[in-house]
Design a protein around this ligand. Structure first.
Ligand code: FES
Ligand code: FES
Length: 159
């Protein structure tokens, strides 16, 4: 079946099998390999992308379900807020092996657009669907606070 999506502002049409997962479609059919696949079972969050502005785990969505929709991935260099989140993760050492990082960053972007002054508890709860095996999360939370200051100009409430 033909699937047409806009990814990072560019339109793509591909003929895929109906069972194709969105994560596989983005990586293998489109060639945007910044979106990672960790578990393929909706647990790790490494595959998180934005679909029509909402964070989704792309291993849990069929490519066919994304037909006609707009996606944003970690590669979107035109998105200034996404660039700020990426910078913040670098500045606060919010990554080690980097495997979880694309998903963490896309979830963070969604979170900071939804809540312009998130508390630390809110940040932690928002990361419940994203697993990191390396960092212990403290540097990730600091990265998100830093990103919040860049994007929203406010300090997260420390709790
Ligand atoms: S690869 Fe999608 S949640 Fe782990
Ligand atoms: S940085 Fe290695 S899994 Fe998160």
């Amino acid at each position: 079946m033909m699937v047409t999506v806009k990814i990072n502002g560019k339109e793509y049409s591909k003929d895929v099998e109906p069972r194709t997962l969105l994560a596989t479609f983005i990586r293998d059919d489109i060639g945007l390999t910044g979106t990672h696949i960790g578990c393929d079972t909706t647990n790790c969050g490494a595959c998180t992308v934005l679909m029509d502005g909402r964070a989704v785990k792309s291993c849990t969505v069929l490519a066919a379900q994304a037909d006609g929709h707009e996606l944003e991935t970690i590669e979107n260099e035109a998105d200034k807020e996404l660039s700020m989140v990426k910078e913040s993760f670098i500045e606060e050492n919010g990554l080690q092996c980097g495997f979880c990082t694309p998903g963490m960053i896309m979830t963070s972007l969604y979170m900071l657009r939804k809540n312009k002054n998130p508390s630390e508890d809110y940040i932690k709860n928002s990361l419940a669907g994203n697993l990191c095996r390396c960092t212990g999360y403290v540097s990730i939370i600091n990265s998100i606070k830093n990103a919040n200051e860049k994007i929203n100009g406010k300090k997260a409430v420390v709790k």
